[in-house]
Design a protein around this ligand. Sequence first.
Ligand code: ARE
Ligand code: CA
Length: 500
Amino acid sequence: MKRIILLLCAGLIGFGLSPAQAEESATINKPITGSSVGIQMFGWNWDSLATECTNHLGPNGYDWILTLPPQEHKKGNQWWVHYQPVSYQLESSAGTREQFTKMVAACNAAGVKVITDAVINHMAGGNGYGSAGTEYQSPNFAPLFTEPDFHSGLPQTDPHYCSRDISNWNDFEERTNCKFPGLPDLATELPSVQQKIAKFLNDQLALGVSGFRIDAAKHMPPADLLSIKKLLIRDAYFVQEVVGSNSIAQEYLGSGDVWAWDQQQFATDMFSSIGYAHLGKGFDADVKNYGLGNQALTWVTNHDTDHHGGSVTYDQGKLYQMAFAWILSEPYGKPMLYSGYTFFDQDAEAPMNANQKIANAICASSTEVKFNKKAPATSTYDQGDFTCVERWSPLAGMIAWRDSVGSAAKTSVIAKAGVYGFARDKAGYVLFNSTGRTYSASKLKTGLAAGKYCDFYSGGKSPNTGKGCRGLSFTVAKDGTLTGKLPSFSVLAISQASKY
Ligand code: ARE
Ligand code: CA
């Protein structure tokens, strides 16, 4: 979403803030809505994220990032050690507290809100830090929690007592009181535990963080999350991870937003293999049953599906890019994209340096993406390459297209043999060709006024007024229809704003 920050800044400077501080607080106070675009930056250390916010995320129109969990964690070469906290100190293999603080300030100054991953349901499992009862304590800091702070340490007569691993992932008592396999489960109903968690989140809010992805939210009662939220120093954004069923996700709408899992299944069905984009025709009817209203985040993949499977991935080359373009084109939901690193071993942490810290992220020097030229629905990444999705210009183009169509309704849907398209009322038109052949569009109803339009996906308007388009251009006839050729594995996105 483009920022209308200057006016706000002018107001805040009046209160004694420097222009940079005013920009930072304008970013923090900007709400996350349907026109906001977020991206999970998985495996990025704090130093690299700071420069990426300034140089690419802000300029390309991203409104927020989701970072790795920032707290001290169990040591190891697997990415998932970040999900096993040993203390709430902001020290991790992604960087120190000082580096974290600088990153948050740099991102806010670039207009990019910072949402961190909050792992507050459990602490680390047996990790060599001690015997039962101390295994979840950091060797470096005073113990944060003790045995009675965990469900397994409560008197056995307590209704919340449980020392087993979860086996029924949907039963309320079991999923909230028992252990995510192997991990000591915090007694989040206790006010003393809630206060410690709130202190951890408040520490980050005070540094300029805007909100949190609540990891394993499904394993904490919504009432506990609401109690924690009430202890925060300001109104923080919550997006809660409630995997699987919409009916369980609906229980969490009172404490914040949630991800739409059924929508992600559409992305997988439409873009995992060549020629299935037309399956999008069932989406609008499906959405009506989610019951998540405007509190749903839409997505293609996250760190779990990227590593454990169950989504389109970077292996699908241009289809992967098109899947992100699709969630950016739909009026439904708040889209979150994903930028990570490639791996041969699904447990592998992002590339580390000699000090066992995550190394700086390296993006290919050009905007060239490692899609296979001969088979564009595959890719040619090496192990440990960063995908740098936030730099892909077709997606920056789609973000601009999304801004330009605003909340205009979806109309004139077409779906046939790998092709899917629709108008956004009279504001814009989008068309997906997931086949390996050029698609000859004939007389598609666009809702747009007659004229020539630049395609946002292939480059948009030339920055020099009057110089036409950087990429493809399409013509809308007097009757509002479009006839033209859309290349294979590509998207056509035109709007009022790209008329020339
Ligand atoms: C690792 C090992 C485990 C071991 C554990 C403790 O892999 O074998 O038991 O350590 O030693 C991440 C990794 C896990 C890792 C964990 C801790 O993904 O592999 O465990 O970190 O290091 C359920 C939850 C959902 C959860 C998913 C993974 O409901 O909340 O499982 N997702 C979040 C994060 C993960 C993270 C955690 C939670 C833990 O996104 O990255 O785990 O902090 C059905 C059910 C769902 C279930 C889903 C599992 O759909 O309905 O409830 O999701 O299956 O696929
Ligand atoms: Ca729990």
